[in-house]
Write a protein that binds this ligand. Structure first.
Ligand SMILES: Cc1ncc(COP(=O)(O)O)c(C=O)c1O
Length: 389
């Protein structure tokens, strides 16, 4: 969360004073904060349907459930993402298949193609660190292979690809409003989709499958859980939505200024992007040309590569021990085993060598949307110092 102020305090105070803290009904002064957030997100993103949730993990699980993903299905996820992406697949009883990333730090279309099997039901593409995925190619391949596309835009709320808001391009998309994200309601998230039936099914799943849901649309209900957003979180989300365009404009502006200062940095490079104008601008990634160069950059700057940064270790598959070892809470081996059936999917620490190579040579610098010109110069100087021969 980058910015907050008296507007958040006032809006939360308004909801608290109303005494109506539940989204679906309340007293006479019910403020409909969650609904207002959904309307604002729909207007911003262009997605017809928005479903606010208590987290992005809940949004991902509700989306996969809406798509009908379940036992014996496979879902392709990138090797570089927060573990929640893969955990959501397991939560609906499906098997995650881990695919390589490319130098944009997003999923490699060629590895998606290689990993599609007759069991593949969907691919979750993750717009990591504000960087948009290769959406045109992904959508084309998914249509050809008849698999669904779920966008995980947890770290890229409001960013875009060729003018389209991330999360609103695939069959479904998910955003996070957890505290570390671009905008926040403390914890929170939402589902974006243009497909009414998928929206209704996600709504059914996220609301304990209340039996009234879907009836008027002819959509049968099914068991679900509770991932509803509270009105208090909705109050924060509404105000944060108003801040989103300003935050993104400032992040992108600061990032552009840093990049403009990085002249003649070859053979190092700024991580390429499938849409550098749409990029959220939260992160500046520098790619070293070799492991030796990465070692020297690390020594000169004190920065850690993504691979060696222990703080982010749940962000790439190498550390997803319970998945690599196919461990489940019950000890039954589900979703990798079910009765006599056993999934052929195999995992190992070295299964995605291209990802490990890229992450070992990549250095992330977080961007502050309120950075002054001297802050910009300090980051650029640090990077330039790191690449000096
Ligand atoms: C890529 C990605 N997906 C999903 C999540 C889960 O989001 P939440 O914490 O809102 O459940 C995160 C959160 O860090 C994330 O970074």
């Amino acid at each position: 969360m980058y910015r907050h102020g008296k507007e958040e305090i006032e809006n939360v105070g308004r909801i608290v004073a109303s005494g109506s803290w539940f989204r679906y009904y309340g007293s006479g002064s019910h403020c409909h904060a969650v609904e207002t957030f959904e309307e604002k997100m729909s207007k911003y993103s262009g997605a017809k349907h928005i479903l606010a949730t208590s987290s992005c993990t809940g949004a991902l699980i509700s989306s996969l459930a809406a798509m009908g993903v379940g036992p014996k299905d496979e879902v392709i996820v990138p090797a570089y993402t927060f573990i929640a992406t893969a955990a959501a697949v397991i939560a609906v009883g499906a098997v995650p298949v881990i695919a390589e990333i490319d130098e944009t730090l997003t999923i490699d279309i060629n590895d998606i193609r290689r990993k599609i099997s007759p069991r593949t039901k969907a691919v979750v593409v993750v717009h990591m660190l504000g960087y948009p995925c290769n959406m045109d190619e992904i959508i084309k391949l998914a249509a050809e292979k008849k698999i669904m596309v779920l966008e995980d835009a947890a770290q890229s709320v409001g960013a875009s690809y060729k003018g389209k808001t991330l999360g609103a391009i695939g069959d479904m998309g998910c955003c996070s409003l957890q505290w570390h994200k671009i905008i926040s309601s403390g914890e929170g998230g939402c589902v974006l989709t243009n497909n009414e039936s998928l929206y209704e099914r996600a709504a059914i799943y996220h609301d304990d499958a209340h039996c009234f849901r879907g009836i008027d649309k002819g959509i049968p209900s099914f068991p679900g859980v509770n991932y509803r957003m509270s009105e208090i979180a909705g109050a924060l989300a509404c105000v944060q939505m108003d801040r989103l365009p300003g935050i993104l404009a400032d992040l992108r502006n600061v990032k552009k200024k840093i990049i403009a200062s990085l002249v003649n940095i070859a053979p190092f490079k700024v991580a390429p992007s499938y849409d550098s104008d749409g990029d959220a601008g939260t992160t500046m990634t520098i790619l070293a040309p070799s492991m030796v160069a990465a070692g020297s950059f690390k020594e000169k700057t004190g920065a850690s590569s993504i691979f060696s940064n222990q703080g982010t270790n749940w962000h790439y598959y190498y550390h997803w021990d319970y998945i690599l070892e196919k461990r489940s809470a019950s000890g039954s081996g589900f979703p990798w085993k079910l009765g006599d059936w056993e999934s052929p999917v195999k995992y190992s620490k070295d299964m995605c060598p291209a990802t490990l190579d890229i992450l070992s040579r990549s250095f992330n610098f977080g961007i502050n949307p309120s950075a002054s010109d001297s802050d910009v110069k300090a980051v650029a100087d640090k990077i330039l110092n790191g690449i000096k021969p």
